[in-house]
Design a protein around this ligand. Structure first.
Ligand SMILES: Nc1ncnc2c1ncn2[C@@H]1O[C@H](COP(=O)(O)OP(=O)(O)OP(=O)(O)O)[C@@H](O)[C@H]1O
Length: 475
């Protein structure tokens, strides 16, 4: 049989799959499409420039070996990159780059000392009446890379952060969007990048600001008629870090002003770092043009740390506080507090405080009393698998039926309910919910949630399904 691009790529994938971690395979290889095969050259389409850079950096050898196996010694790989969200270009277009031959991107340093051009420029951080042109970075030096412990849950975000810190504005991770659930280290990592940049490039102007404060400053500037000064001030920054951008949701004026600032910084090779408690696809009431810019660079997720990372975090905290604790206690805490690093640290602090103030010995019993307080106060995490099981049991069907492609009404409804509850009770993104419930896309999940909301209001029987299942899930 003649070889096709697809058949060659399928063979390569089989080989690659056997040689890397399943998660890495899913992330970096599943989204690739084989496009063309001419002689010994295979063209593959990758979703972004960042994707191409990552493959070249981490998997070029593996790709080479697998392709040589299929096409012989002279095998060549050509990347076709889908370029989306480019200024003035609504339709995605593609760019071809041969493997191992990255074009050098000339650095775009544009230093416009606006300060000198416009001596009247207002600094929104200045308390009225006090003149001060120095821009304080607002960085917390206690948040560094050294004390941000690495694990599978944060490796991508941490590595991207380090890359950005070594070359602010000079990588394709611009903007770098760090997202994840509560207390997983978004703020810590964002500060760490800023602190590292300040160490390496003291001349660069770095500014950390929460989206909330940015919004307040903006509102203030509108009141005082200094909107242009506000914009100019932010356009002076070399590295702008905005924490919790989901706060911009529904605030169209702030979104508009940020859009202009963002474009200016990005076009001038300045670095933008954003954090959010949601993935861009899950952000609501944020304008499309801004969302597409958020997705432009790299969106890196911080997930809940695995057991080993939790152990390292606890040990590190104890070490920094100069406290020793038997391993069985460390182990107990790490096994029982799983989804939030802030709570993990809180449990340790409570334990140390209880034992030193009340002169109690640190025992497993004391640890379990403290952990119970933390775990009880935390809403129990319900997994998507568990939700699918409960919903299928309720409608007396198998999970595989619920996930199947059938359009039978009662099965579709069960599937939509599972998606609705997954959105309600887990922190998973729409895309991740869709892929776990019958390999659907995020739009299907969004549609399911809306349908369930509508039916809940109009259909009594359906409302009862929701109430019954909710009770079972929160029992
Ligand atoms: N990988 C890690 N190593 C060490 N400490 C960590 C790590 N991740 C988080 N922490 C610590 O956990 C605490 C919470 O982190 P942080 O405030 O950055 O979370 P967040 O994701 O911004 O939370 P929120 O969603 O509430 O804003 C901080 O004290 C931080 O130092």
């Amino acid at each position: 049989m003649d070889k096709t691009a697809q058949s060659v790529w399928d063979h390569c994938l089989q080989f690659i799959k056997d040689n890397i971690q399943p998660q890495a395979y899913k992330t970096w290889f599943e989204p690739i499409r084989a496009v063309k095969l001419t002689d010994n050259s295979l063209s593959i389409q990758v979703p972004s420039k960042f994707f191409y850079e990552w493959l070249e950096e981490h998997y070029v050898k593996l790709l080479k070996v697998s392709l040589t196996k299929e096409l012989g010694d002279g095998a060549k790989l050509v990347y076709i990159i889908r370029m989306e969200n480019t200024y003035g270009n609504k339709k995605p277009f593609t760019e071809k780059i041969p493997s191992n031959n990255r074009p050098s991107v000339p650095s775009q340093e544009l230093d416009v000392p606006l300060k000198n051009k416009n001596p009247e420029l207002k600094n929104p951080f200045i308390i009225p009446g006090i003149r001060n042109v120095k821009i304080e970075s607002q960085l917390n030096p206690n948040y560094s890379f050294d004390n941000f412990l690495e694990g599978d849950s944060n490796r991508l975000a941490r590595s991207a952060g380090l890359a950005v810190a070594s070359k602010p504005g000079g990588t394709s991770f611009n903007p770098l969007l760090i997202f994840g659930g509560v207390g997983l280290g978004k703020t810590h990592l964002a500060h760490a990048i800023g602190v590292d940049i300040k160490d390496k490039y003291p001349e660069k102007t770095v500014l950390y600001i929460s989206a909330e404060k940015f919004t307040q400053q903006y509102i203030e500037s509108v009141k005082k008629n200094t909107r242009n000064d506000f914009i100019h001030f932010y356009q002076l920054i070399d590295v702008l870090i905005i924490d919790d951008v989901q706060f911009f949701s529904g605030k169209s004026g702030t979104q508009d002003v940020f859009f202009h600032i963002f474009n200016h910084l990005h076009q001038n090779g300045k670095q933008v770092i954003l954090t959010s408690d949601k993935a861009p696809v899950d952000m609501q009431d944020i304008e499309q043009r801004l969302l597409s810019r958020f997705k432009w660079g790299l969106s890196a997720e911080l997930q809940s740390p695995d057991y080993e990372t939790r152990i390292s975090i606890v040990k590190n905290k104890l070490y920094r506080d100069g406290v020793e604790m038997p391993f069985e206690i460390v182990d107990y805490i790490a096994k029982n507090i799983k989804t939030n690093v802030r709570e993990l640290e809180g449990a340790i602090i409570s334990l140390i405080a209880q034992s030193s103030f009340n002169k109690k010995e640190v025992t497993l019993d004391l640890a379990s009393q403290i952990v119970e307080k933390f775990v009880k106060n935390t809403k129990r995490e319900v997994s998507i698998d568990y939700i699918q099981k409960i919903v299928s049991d309720y409608f007396q069907m198998d999970v595989s039926t619920l996930q199947s492609k059938t359009r039978k009404r009662h099965i579709v409804q069960a599937r939509q309910l599972a998606m609705f509850f997954a959105k309600k009770y887990t922190k998973a993104s729409l895309a991740s919910i869709g892929s776990q419930i019958g390999k659907r896309d995020h739009a299907t999940v969004l549609h399911a949630c809306k349908t369930v909301d509508n039916l809940a209001e109009t259909d009594k029987q359906f409302r009862k399904y929701i109430d019954d299942i909710s009770k079972k899930l929160t029992l």
